[in-house]
Design a protein. Structure first.
Length: 471
């Protein structure tokens, strides 16, 4: 990999002092995952003080370490000394944003932002050097880190902006300064921290505050808060507004979609041009994500046909729909790993995918569902409300995990409610005792529900030589 930062460039960006000459090929804030040649930034967060790991980072091959000027350091170590490392990381991110000519896309939304970001990175990566948020590094440390990792010759930068409280996206947007801002949707997520869904829309609309007058907004025309988001964009001076959805007035409009077990065939009209393409990830929600992607590609002035062709290679991410065939002595079973996160709408989308999967298989459809968190006072009703989606998709057995999911467990038919436990580790044995060859098992819940424990236990059943597609 070529040089990303030199000591002189990083010092100029941050106003810091380099103790030696060095070159870095990457940037890291975690000494455990640091790669040789990275600049290690010793962040002081609420739970960890990165300055404690400077020596470890250097031992692992870090090119240098950015440290605050109030800590004792080895005078012989390659360091970049700054007043505050969090501010230094932000300065590095801003400098990376300024030094190249990349067109920047900011993606936010209650759901689908990571999938849309990944699909955009795939589609744009076929058309020029593209840099994108790794995983979901979308907060006050993750965004500047992602920007700081962007090479100077990048043509397209695709960055995810996350939040769970008002004001957070404002700061992130002013740092990223998106040329195109995508809001995938507004839904009942993080209601614990907001008075209403409308307040969530207001927080998501903060993404427009970092944009210039020539910026472009890409909005979900089908979402109940479209008008509110459109008005917020206009108030921020963003007048070029593109839309996607099934709504007749969408500038990128779905004409038809045929859902298959492992992909979807789509016909859409993108800015007046009709195209047909394949989305390699199954489900209606991925079809909608693809419309957002192609609307964004059109807004960037990139090649829509090439982008659409690339979507055939889209695959679900671990924790976000990844599929693994688990081979057991009695036969294969299919695992759908949705363990990373959950909201009422994304839970229904996952249930729909489970319902469509392997419709002709001899086995059963089994859902293992963990609590959806941060839903506020309506949490009990929102969990119980999943019963209709379970019934509509002919799901045979449902395991439930967590005090909130107990509201669902209590109203399911006795022959459908398999087992309930308050902790994911306490449901594992029951799931393993129940699953059998030809079953399709979908595991989903908020990250705090720790449903990955169930996924890992199911993956451990595999007796094939293939690498696990999950974790």
């Amino acid at each position: 990999m070529t040089t990303l930062w030199t000591s002189e460039q990083a010092a100029a960006a941050t106003g810091g002092v380099a103790t030696a000459a060095w070159t870095a090929r990457g940037v890291s804030i975690d000494s455990r995952t640091l790669e040789s040649g990275d600049l290690f930034i010793a962040i002081r967060g609420p739970n960890h003080d990165g300055s404690r790991f400077v020596e470890s980072a250097l031992d692992r091959g870090a090119a240098a370490a950015m440290v605050s000027n109030d800590i004792e350091t080895d005078s012989g170590a390659p360091l970049l000394i700054v007043e505050d490392t969090t501010m230094g990381l932000e300065d590095l991110g801003r400098a990376a944003r300024d030094r190249g000519r990349a067109k920047i896309v900011g993606v936010t939304g209650s759901m689908g932002k990571t999938g849309t970001k990944e699909a955009l990175a795939l589609a744009l990566g076929r058309q020029g050097p593209t840099s994108a948020t790794k995983g979901n590094l979308n907060n006050q440390w993750g965004l500047p880190l992602s920007l700081a990792r962007m090479p100077k010759d990048t043509a397209y930068g695709v960055f995810e902006l996350g939040m769970n409280r008002p004001g957070e996206i404002d700061a992130l947007s002013r740092m990223a300064r998106p040329d195109v801002a995508v809001i995938t949707n507004v839904d009942a997520v993080h209601l614990e921290f907001f008075d209403s869904e409308s307040a969530i829309a207001t927080a998501k609309a903060e993404i427009f505050l970092g944009m210039g007058a020539d910026g472009i907004a890409v909005l979900n025309r089908d979402n109940a808060y479209f008008e509110q988001l459109r008005d917020a964009a206009l108030a921020a001076g963003v007048t070029d507004i593109r839309t996607f959805g099934v709504h007749a007035n969408s500038t990128s409009r779905l004409i038809d979609a045929t859902m298959h077990d492992d992909h979807s065939d789509v016909a859409a009209q993108i800015e007046g041009e009709t195209i047909h393409y394949v989305v390699g990830s199954p489900g209606q929600h991925w079809v909608m994500n693809s419309l957002a992607v192609l609307a964004t590609v059109a807004a960037l002035g990139a090649d829509v046909a090439k982008a659409a062709e690339a979507l055939a290679d889209l695959r679900p991410l671990p924790g976000r729909g990844a599929r693994t065939t688990i081979k057991t002595p009695s036969g294969p079973m299919l695992l759908i790993d949705e363990s990373y996160n959950a909201s009422p709408t994304s839970m229904r989308a996952a249930l729909n995918v489970l319902g469509a999967a392997g419709a002709e298989a001899a086995g059963r459809r089994i859902a293992v569902l963990g609590d959806m968190l941060e839903l506020g006072p309506d949490s009990a009703a929102l969990h119980a409300g999943l019963a209709d989606g379970i019934a509509d998709n002919d799901i045979d057995l449902v395991f439930t995990v967590g005090p909130n999911m107990n509201h669902l467990a209590k109203i399911l038919p006795s022959d459908q409610a398999a087992r309930h436990a308050n902790r994911s580790k306490d449901i594992v044995a029951a799931v393993l005792e129940t699953v059998a060859a030809n079953d399709i098992v979908m595991v989903k819940g908020s990250l705090g529900s720790r449903m990955a424990a169930v996924v890992d236990a199911l993956l451990a059943l595999d007796q094939s030589d293939q690498p696990a597609n999950g974790r």
